[in-house]
Design a protein around this ligand. Structure first.
Ligand code: NDP
Length: 367
């Protein structure tokens, strides 16, 4: 633990002249968190139980420098919230983890920080907007972004670019969005119906009233239970965190079928991938050159030096563009114009949406 603290002290004392981006993340589960701690040389964390992890403070674990193909260089930091999904049932712990990580980001002088993984969902669902004061710090919401606009744009690009390569004509296709009424899901629905022009949208979520409101907003789309939607879809976009126990009957899926696994954690591959059913990790981007960081090494990325969650990349993009503001904030506010803006920035600064078999889309197109 001494090492993390030393690193943090060194980081917080250094004079910050330029704006900086931040990333707040967490491990997929306690086991992975322990492995990460061992990888970084923190044996005390590696052998700690859930109670020990619940009481551990957030850690600024790494400083990062990224250079855009435009030549612009930015600096930032990765903060591990020391949250793990096993804590989701412990309301007060989850809330404390997210707020403490945000406080650390702000105190470390980070100008725009992405709330990665479950942290943005905890922020929204536990209504943390009411919790602006942490000890002697007043959180400045302008310094944080959920990163969901970029995530939604990347997922839509994955659908548009990969579907034709596996024989799916989107103009004739049924596309199911599981988690359609969520922040990312509703943006994906807007884009696919208005920009891509898919033949039919199948809207899936548990609560009926928000589904009907979305259907009204879109001027279309069919509301279906998950099991039925899966038997009718050529493309399925998963943007809900689904229980690990969910079972899917592969035999009833369309062939070909594209599954975009945009949820967290990414666990669809083992459940459905088979002949004719293609699974891509959704909402993941690949940068054009090695970043030279450690943080993605244990995040199940195939090329951890270049790949990352699109929400993290959003903080980098906002920094590259000198746009230090809470670009993605609140729920169901993502407009097509904002998706256009962040998408153009993404391309300009050298990010690519991930393709099938972990290959960037460009290599698929050139194959
Ligand atoms: P929201 O909480 O806004 O939306 C979740 C959606 O899923 C809602 O429509 C909800 O509706 C639905 N849902 C939840 N449980 C189920 C279920 N069992 N069956 C069907 N629908 C369900 O979340 P976000 O849009 O912010 O995030 C969605 C996912 O994307 C998350 O898993 C998140 O971790 C992941 N994500 C990925 C990122 C990346 O960079 N790749 C970045 C950010 C998020 P209802 O409650 O009515 O069922």
């Amino acid at each position: 633990m001494g090492g993390w603290q030393q690193l943090f002290c060194r980081a917080s004392r250094s004079p910050l002249r330029l704006p900086m981006f931040g990333l707040i993340g967490h491990s997929t589960n306690l086991e992975e968190a322990r492995a990460k701690a061992r990888f970084l040389g923190y044996e005390e964390y590696a052998s700690g139980d859930l109670d020990m992890w619940c009481s551990a403070p957030p850690q600024l674990v790494e400083r990062i420098t990224v250079t855009s193909p435009t030549g612009k260089q930015i600096e930032g930091a990765y903060i591990d919230s020391v949250f793990v999904p096993e804590m989701l049932g412990r309301f007060k712990t989850a809330r404390r983890k997210v707020l403490n990580a945000m406080e650390l980001a702000q105190k470390s002088g980070l100008d725009i920080t992405a709330l990665g993984g479950f942290t943005s969902i905890i922020f929204e669902n536990f209504n943390l907007l009411q919790q602006q004061h942490i000890r002697n710090t007043t959180l400045d919401w302008q310094r944080f972004t959920t990163g969901n606009t970029h995530t939604a744009w990347v997922i839509c690009r994955q659908v548009e670019t990969i579907a034709p390569t596996i024989g799916i004509d989107l103009a004739k296709a049924s596309v199911a969005v599981v988690g359609a009424t969520g922040d990312i899901g509703s943006a994906v629905c807007r884009w696919l119906s208005q920009r891509t022009g898919v033949a039919e949208l199948l809207l899936v979520a548990r609560q009926q009233a928000p589904l009907e409101a979305l259907q009204l907003e879109l001027g279309g789309g069919r509301i279906l239970p998950l099991e039925e939607a899966l038997t009718q879809a050529d493309v399925v976009v998963w943007v809900a965190s689904l229980p690990q126990t969910l079972s899917i009957d592969r035999e009833r899926l369309h062939r070909p079928c594209l599954m975009v696994d945009g949820g967290y954690p990414k666990n669809l591959d083992s459940k459905v991938a088979c002949e004719g059913v293609h699974v891509v990790k959704g909402g993941i981007v690949e940068f054009g050159s090695d970043i030279g960081w450690q943080m993605m090494e244990v995040a199940e990325m195939t090329n951890p030096q270049r790949q990352m969650f699109a929400c993290f990349a959003e903080a980098m993009l906002l920094d590259f563009e000198d746009h230090h503001t809470n670009f993605s904030w609140g729920r169901n506010n993502i407009s097509l114009e904002r998706m256009d803006w962040i998408g153009a920035a993404s391309v300009r600064h050298g990010f690519q949406a991930l393709g099938l078999e972990e290959r960037p889309l460009a290599s698929l197109v050139n194959a």
